[in-house]
Design a protein around this ligand. Structure first.
Ligand code: NAP
Length: 457
């Protein structure tokens, strides 16, 4: 580990940014603008994190933010090291020996748990899994979901719940022009889910939906959106923020709208918490969800004891994401985040670990839209540059040429390699008018990189 005290020259300083999603790219951009060279590491051969593997494929406009990241990648002091898992292929300590600073932008890849009986039975799945699967994430490409039931229940009232509900009822023709993974397009085409119930534990005023996403539910070509007017009578706080106020207006309009007789339905139900996921036998497939009706007190959900069963064959738990601890990096178990103060990683007693930073969801939790990460990155990088200018970041004792990474990782993918994958995927998609047909397995990606860059991997 470098000793503190030797001052780093801001013009030759270099940082390793871990995670090539939005927060990683915004941090890289800010660092480059601050005169710090950046190596951006990702465990996958492909960049863009949740823009590639999280944003719903029928939202191509949101995905087009990647063009901004492409511009960052053009900077001469930027390098991409894809296919490198920090914590497994290289350790945080090794990075500290080679970089003035390490910025963790690893996101929050796991799901919160309901902690109720039946949570883990067949047919009860985490939205994180389902989203990664339909977006062609290589870690989820071989999963198989049974969509042969007629009703699915999505638990949670956030935008991810809306995304998965919408994906379940989109017309296959609408999916055909997207970059949804081919295995998912095929599964959705065979699906018989015709009703999706979105379940909120609190009232409509407390839902975490944003207005455009909720409005879009009412514009689906083959699904009616259904809201029981009685569900809109829940307590509404006086100081309602504008998003929640508009959400209520949208929900009210849904409750007044007569069904148009479409083949599918999305039903929004509020003030109901799941208490058990029911099924055949101990682990047998899902047959329903037992829910308890809640009343609200100061915005909190309190169970009334009044229960009902919603029969269904699929439960998607969409109740938020959680960070995963990295070896040797202080982790706040309660919040599921890297322990940090304003982006500076710190020990349990609050002492900052000089040269280590966090940004994005792993710093502040899984909230906000993609652009929220820009401000978040600006704040973290400002702290880093302040430490650099204050002489608090030591000169790393070892160099960071590409060879040391290549020596560790047989399948290293540089930006040139990613561009080969990108072009290959776009070319596959072009005949069908799709933005791309994704490669969903790492060996396929590495083969394309090898063919196009002459680097055998
Ligand atoms: P989220 O917005 O935090 O929503 C999580 C939902 O889960 C909340 O409704 C929460 O209810 C509920 N929940 C938590 N624990 C629960 C439990 N034990 N039982 C029942 N319900 C429970 O999370 P998200 O939907 O995963 O989205 C993550 C972030 O990504 C958000 O900022 C979201 O806006 C963003 N995103 C944006 C888009 C877009 O812009 N198109 C798309 C997808 C995601 P309580 O409020 O009662 O805790």
């Amino acid at each position: 580990m470098p000793g503190a005290g030797d001052q780093a020259d801001p013009m030759t300083a270099r940082a390793a940014v871990i995670g090539a999603g939005p927060s990683g790219f915004y941090a890289a951009d800010q660092l480059l603008k601050g005169g710090v060279a950046v190596d951006l590491f990702d465990a996958l051969p492909t960049p863009y994190g949740l823009v590639r593997a999280g944003v719903a494929p029928d939202h191509p406009k949101i995905k087009s933010v990647a063009r901004i990241y492409e511009r960052t990648a053009q900077h001469p002091d930027f390098r991409f090291f894809g296919g490198v898992e920090v914590g497994a292929d290289v350790t945080g300590d090794e990075l500290r020996e080679r970089y003035h600073a390490v910025v963790y932008a690893v996101g929050t890849p796991t799901d919160n748990r309901l902690g109720i009986p039946g949570d883990d039975r067949r047919g009860s799945i985490a939205a994180t899994q389902f989203v990664a699967w339909y977006n062609g994430h290589p870690g989820h490409a071989d999963e198989a979901f049974d969509l042969s039931c007629s009703r699915a229940v999505v638990i949670g009232n956030g935008n991810v719940a809306i995304d998965v509900a919408r994906m379940l009822v989109l017309d296959p023709d609408e999916l055909a022009s997207t970059d949804t993974a081919d295995h998912a397009i095929a599964t959705f085409a065979r699906a018989s889910v015709s009703e999706v119930v979105i379940l909120g534990r609190r009232g409509p005023a407390q839902a975490a939906f944003t207005n455009p996403e909720l409005r879009e539910l009412g514009e689906l070509s083959r699904a009616d959106v259904v809201v029981d007017p009685a569900d809109l009578e829940a307590e509404v706080p006086n100081d309602l923020h504008s998003t929640a106020r508009r959400n209520l207006e949208i929900l009210r309009s849904y409750s007044e709208r007569p069904p148009a007789g479409r083949s599918h339905r999305v039903v929004l139900r509020f003030c109901r918490s799941p208490v058990e996921i029911l099924g055949d036998g101990e682990h047998g497939p899902v047959t329903g969800v037992r829910v308890v009706r809640n009343r609200l007190e100061d915005g909190r959900a309190l169970a009334t004891g009044e229960e009902e069963v919603i029969p269904c064959g699929l439960v998607i738990r969409s109740i938020g994401y959680r960070g995963r601890p990295l070896p040797g990096i202080p982790f706040d178990e309660r919040r599921g985040l890297i322990r940090n103060a304003g982006g500076r990683v710190c020990d349990e007693d609050g002492t900052p670990r000089l040269g280590e930073y966090a940004v994005g969801w792993i710093k502040r939790g899984p909230s906000g839209v993609i652009g929220t990460n820009k401000k978040c990155a600006t704040d973290t990088v400002a702290a880093l540059l302040e430490d650099l200018a204050g002489g608090r970041l030591a000169e790393p004792p070892k160099g960071a040429d590409e060879a040391w990474v290549r020596a560790r990782v047989a399948g290293l993918v540089t930006w040139r390699g990613w561009k080969a994958i990108d072009e290959h995927e776009r070319a596959r998609g072009a005949p069908a008018g799709r933005p791309r047909v994704k490669l969903v397995r790492v060996p396929e990606m590495l083969a394309v990189v090898g063919q196009n860059t002459g680097v055998s991997v």
